[in-house]
Design a protein around this ligand. Sequence first.
Ligand SMILES: [Zn+2]
Length: 76
Amino acid sequence: MDGYIVMKYTKEAVQSDGVVVPKYEVEIICSNCGYDVDESEFNSGTCSDCGETLNLRQNTKIYATSIPPAGGSTLV
Ligand SMILES: [Zn+2]
């Protein structure tokens, strides 16, 4: 454990070996109310929105951006 916690990060869409991984965003939220937890709340162990003991949940948001296929399409 290095003690460093990422509350929110975004991964850009990538394409490798013909597989497209869409852009997505991961955030740590309160599992009780869905509040977007920040570092101070994480350290205090209490959600400042609903006042409950912090129970974390990871929320992944996938962006519907698409990467056009490389090389052009010859499909009919
Ligand atoms: Zn909460």
